[in-house]
Design a protein around this ligand. Structure first.
Ligand SMILES: Cc1ncc(COP(=O)(O)O)c(C=O)c1O
Length: 375
């Protein structure tokens, strides 16, 4: 298994994810003015390579965004809804809730669809396409539907292919937050009929954080041109127009673009999307067999589990802080549960560069840390 041996702790948080030496060294390519031809070449290469790496057809165009994944979410939501029209937000976790908050912050009328009841139930139940059908019938002014593919809150995969079929039947635009699934989860997102996809350079693509992107199909590109300008900096139409000319409207994170360039080259050299997905699948099998031997329960039911994130129940008499610190001493950084899950759960994520032998050794470290963390 690949992975540069790193002396530091293994990051088992959902991002920033670990990167290879080659990607880190890309930062040293040097200083470059973004108004020079070299930057235009880099920009053009990244814009072409992103859809290609993810197996999308040539009809898809990228918009690079200097900013974390939330910047891409905001650009997608604000660019997807025409004046006087509405948005349907499918929500079963923190990132669905964030999409709704973004819409409301921009004065876009948004309807929310998701499971009802206590938070634990809402966050562990996938979106049912039948709910989407009913909501679209009830709200004919809906212009776009937005859904999180992999809810990183819990490690739950939503059935975006089936949801996409409903959305297409209703002739609405389909926007998907695939920030924690591009490159690493089973479904080929190119088969889903997505009009605007949000992704990030980090997580499954193994670039550095701070750069995100949209992948837009023909209907998404048309819609971006039709939507009113909402906000100034984070406007998809401005960025798209500039990038089509080989230019960016504002100072970009040049060195993070270098890093993505190397990350995409590594991605292709190692066998592309299918190989990356297989790696994440193998990682999931490895770490989860260890969790089972240690008696650690995974929150999300098997059919809906992502390869990359496991939310685990904290055993009795173990607090997250103690477990975190004990594991950190053993070279692994884990992550807390979100919202109401913070008290009783923690997350182990396998994004980015992780040497295989460090993942093999995780079970032993976890066993020792659980023992030491018990009251
Ligand atoms: C599914 C999903 N959407 C959006 C985001 C937001 O990305 P960022 O924290 O990079 O702004 C994340 C981050 O983890 C995510 O997992």
């Amino acid at each position: 298994m690949y992975g540069d041996a790193t002396a530091g702790p293994v990051l088992l948080n959902p991002g920033p994810a670990g990167t290879s030496e080659r990607v880190k060294n890309a930062l040293l390519r040097g200083d470059l003015c973004h108004r020079e031809t070299e930057f235009t070449e880099l920009l053009n290469r990244l814009r072409l390579e992103l859809p290609r790496a993810l197996d999308f057809p040539r009809t898809y165009e990228s918009v690079l965004v200097t900013g974390s994944g939330t910047a891409a979410m905001e650009m997608a939501v604000t660019g997807a809804v025409r004046s006087g029209r509405e948005l349907l937000v499918l929500s079963n976790g923190v990132y669905g809730e964030r999409l709704l908050a973004i819409a409301r912050a921009h004065g876009i009328t948004a309807h929310e669809v998701g499971p009802e009841g206590p938070q634990l139930h809402r966050w562990t139940t996938p979106i049912d396409p039948a709910w989407v059908e009913r909501a679209l019938e009830a709200h004919p002014r809906v212009d776009a539907v937005v859904c999180v593919h992999h809810e990183t809150t819990t490690g739950l995969i939503n059935p975006v292919r089936e949801i996409g079929e409903v959305v297409a039947r209703h002739r609405a635009l389909f926007v998907v937050d695939a920030i924690s699934s591009t490159g690493n989860e089973e479904l080929n997102l190119a088969d889903v009929g997505i009009d605007i996809l949000c992704g990030t350079a980090n997580k499954g693509l193994h670039g550095l954080p701070g750069l995100s992107f949209l992948l837009c199909g023909p209907a998404g590109l048309d819609r971006i041109a039709e939507a009113p300008a909402r906000g100034f900096y984070n406007n998809a139409a401005t960025h798209l127009a500039g990038q089509r000319r080989g230019d960016v409207p504002f100072t970009p994170a040049v060195q993070i673009c270098y890093a993505l360039d190397e990350a995409l080259a590594e991605f292709a050299e190692r066998g592309g999307r299918r190989a990356r997905v297989a790696l994440y699948r193998e990682r999931a099998v490895l770490v989860r067999s260890g969790f089972a031997r240690l008696g650690l329960e995974i929150l999300v039911d098997p059919p809906h589990r992502a390869n990359s994130v496991s939310t685990l129940r904290l055993p009795a008499n173990v607090t997250y802080r103690r477990l975190h610190d004990e594991l950190a001493q053993r070279g692994y950084l884990i992550y807390a549960g979100q919202g109401g899950l913070a008290a009783g759960h923690f997350r182990i994520c396998t994004f980015g560069e992780i040497p295989w032998e460090r993942l093999e050794a995780l079970e032993f470290a976890l066993d020792a840390a659980l023992l030491a963390a018990r009251d």
